[in-house]
Write a protein that binds this ligand. Structure first.
Ligand code: ATP
Length: 469
């Protein structure tokens, strides 16, 4: 299926109807752009997390894990620069009052009109001038009459404790990274890790986005999987690590979750587009149905964050090299993945509608997602062919009992077998195990059906688990 033919409506509707993702607070009319993960969605999200943690924490000798608090001391965000700099350019249409993010308004117009323009490198004044010069219309009413651009800080504010005054003001974290930086010394001291080493964290982040949208792509509450990789203050070294992390992301991680590499590209940031703390950044972009957009990024953050926390907290963030005795503030390479975006990308990438010839030699279409078996929510569907056959049920229940100790399985005895296969295709189950008459005769074999090829094979029950290895 062509990427352009994949409509988000179909994917959103499948997610809702099969129990992947529901609209948040639905019975109260919903809350704009908030989503809840259903029974299959939560499995899939957990599988992405598990695969990431295994790859980057368990199997990586350099990295260790962390789970820091979401609400942190306000000074953390003063030091990191978020209180002053974490702004988006807000612009309102004077005519219909629709609110826009100015950079995204320009970006969408350039994309639609096939105009090359590096929007991320533009200042707010340049964005304003460009909107006026090109007479970019408001997507709501079509007029081009906007207010000046205002800076809008995206951090969610709340209060800790009983009094709602500025003393008690705190923020929901807009990134997981700062929880890592403030714990740099704790982790280094307690693990006795030597530079280079990394600290990894998965957790929720919150951003009061001006224009959330495209399903899970841009939401206000999302999850990130971030690594802050601390290395020597030496250009040759951090460049090597930057390159190393780029290759790791490209080769080893993307492969693990099965995203098609042809739809990915690495885009190096133009110097004007770099975040104020970064000297080198790559966006990893995916070809979504609405164009090339950021899926994750890899940035060289210099020693900016540790220096800032050293200045604001008064604590020494330096590291002493045990071999040379050199004392310095480590520099940092940050590969940052959006877990929420990775889940969405995997869904879009795998979703397909295929024509095939059924058992009666008729053309039929099936909806299927060619999901990598690592992240498919259900690994095996156990299907007794005849629900009323006691022997088939006994064998099927035993298989379910044994396999479900290691793998998420579904037991389904409802309806014709063809319909059951289709249902499993729609929820992306890689393998269907059918218990039939022959299983009752030999007490040893079943058929296994592969979701992608639809081929069926007779195998021994003892061989089923090998299919997930
Ligand atoms: P964008 O340009 O799309 O706003 P960003 O450059 O601000 O993203 P980063 O600060 O680099 O994002 O965050 C790292 C990752 O976190 C992103 O690559 C993305 O996968 C994810 N992410 C950021 N903002 C959101 C959001 N509002 N909803 C879902 N995921 C997000």
């Amino acid at each position: 299926m062509n990427q352009n033919e994949k409509t988000m409506e179909k994917i959103v509707s499948l997610c809702k109807n099969r129990g992947f993702i529901y609209a948040g607070s639905e019975i109260y009319g919903g809350l704009a752009n908030s989503w809840d993960y259903g029974p299959l969605g939560v499995e899939m999200k957990n599988n992405v997390k598990k695969a990431w943690w295994k790859k980057f924490v368990q199997e990586n000798k350099y990295n260790v894990g962390l789970d820091s608090a979401i609400i942190m001391n306000r000074e953390v965000w003063v030091a990191s620069g978020h209180v002053v700099n974490f702004n988006d350019p807000l612009i309102d249409c004077k005519s219909c009052k629709m609110r826009h993010r100015a950079d995204k308004l320009v970006e969408a117009w350039c994309e639609e009109n096939k105009v090359e323009c590096n929007v991320e490198a533009m200042t707010n004044d340049q964005l304003s001038a460009y909107i006026q010069e090109k007479k970019i219309p408001c997507p709501g009413c079509g007029k081009s009459d906007f207010t000046p651009i205002r800076k809008f800080n995206m951090m969610f504010k709340t209060f800790q404790g009983v009094t709602e005054d500025s003393q008690n003001e705190v923020y929901l974290r807009p990134e997981t990274a700062q929880g890592i930086f403030v714990n740099f010394k704790n982790v280094q001291r307690t693990t006795r890790k030597k530079v280079p080493f990394g600290i990894a964290q998965i957790g929720k982040s919150f951003r009061n986005e001006i224009t959330p949208g495209n399903f899970l792509f841009r939401v206000r509450e999302f999850e990130q999987m971030e690594i802050e990789f601390f290395c020597e203050n030496d250009e040759k070294k951090w460049l090597e690590w930057l390159q190393n992390w780029k290759e790791t992301c490209e080769e080893r991680w993307i492969e693990k979750i099965g995203i098609n590499k042809d739809k990915l590209r690495f885009r190096e940031h133009d110097p004007k587009e770099l975040a104020f703390y970064s000297k080198w950044t790559w966006d990893v972009e995916y070809l979504f149905p609405w164009g090339w957009w950021e899926l994750q990024w890899i940035a060289y953050r210099t020693d900016y964050d540790l220096q800032q926390h050293m200045k604001f907290s008064g604590r020494d963030m330096q590291y002493t090299d045990p071999m040379t005795g050199a004392r310095y503030v480590p520099h940092c390479v940050e590969p940052s993945w959006g877990l929420t975006r990775a889940v969405l990308t995997a869904m879009i990438d795998a979703y397909d509608e295929e024509e095939y010839i059924n058992g009666n030699w008729e053309k039929e279409t099936r909806t299927v997602a060619h999901f990598h078996k690592n992240i498919a929510p259900i690994k095996f569907a156990i299907l007794p062919l005849v629900k009323k056959d006691e022997k088939q049920v006994e064998i099927a229940e035993k298989i379910f009992h044994d396999l479900s100790k290691d793998y998420f399985c579904e037991y389904d005895d409802n309806g014709a077998i063809g319909k059951r296969y289709r249902r499993q295709d729609e929820i992306w189950t890689p393998f269907c195990i059918t218990v039939d008459q022959q299983s009752c005769e030999d007490w040893e074999t079943v058929t296994i059906r592969d979701r992608d090829s639809m081929e069926q094979k007779r195998i021994k029950i003892s061989e089923i688990a090998n299919y997930m290895k």
